[in-house]
Design a protein around this ligand. Structure first.
Ligand code: FE
Length: 195
């Protein structure tokens, strides 16, 4: 596993940096804790769901999201990166393509928008199998895709993280952004569920 990958490894590096900075009197430990706590407390799949709901109701936002997700999510008050800058890419499901995200090396994940990653996302089984046989893995999650749909697997890294924009369900034309956001699940944002 690369030392640059994974939030556990990152946390360890942050701790070491924090100790050094405190020893040298550069930063107050309490201040740094407050920054970390804010980041961990505000990261939630509800954030990603809001981004998706906006993309469903605002075609201009959807275009901006797919072109430059880092910039687009700031329109809703979110920041994609944590303590270091990361490139966020939004990938949209269509009638032809279904997207699913993995980190084959460890567990890179857009925590600010999705919260802490589920344990299965970090499991060796998911990381290795979803690349080789995504359809079987998705079927185990209860998502069976027609053969006409191509499955695109995106490998996240410390530098680049992904957010799936599910297809808007039929019969939701009358719903506002809040109600639409409530339909979006964490697994939908990873690509292991339809929505
Ligand atoms: Fe990783």
């Amino acid at each position: 596993m690369s030392a640059d990958h994974g939030d556990g490894a990152l946390a360890a590096r942050v701790r070491r940096a924090e100790t050094l900075l405190e020893e040298r009197g550069v930063v107050d430990g309490a201040e740094l804790d407050a920054i970390l706590d804010r980041y961990l407390a505000t990261g939630s799949p509800a954030n990603g769901a809001r981004v998706v709901a906006r993309a469903w109701t605002d075609a201009g936002f959807r275009d901006r999201l797919l072109a430059d997700a880092n910039a687009a999510v700031t329109e809703l008050g979110f920041r994609a990166g944590g303590l270091q800058p990361t490139l966020l890419r939004a990938v949209a499901n269509t009638a032809e393509v279904h997207n699913v995200v993995v980190c084959t090396l460890c567990s890179c994940y857009p925590i600010a928008l999705l919260g802490p990653s589920p344990s299965w996302y970090k499991s060796e089984a998911y990381r290795s199998r979803v690349v080789r046989d995504p359809r079987s893995v998705l079927a185990e999650f209860g998502l069976t895709l027609p053969d006409t749909v191509r499955v695109e697997v995106w490998d996240a890294s410390a530098e680049t993280r992904y957010l799936v924009v599910p297809r808007r369900p039929d019969g939701t034309d009358h719903l506002d952004d809040d109600k639409l956001a409530a339909l979006v699940t964490r697994n939908g944002l990873i690509g292991t569920a339809a929505v």
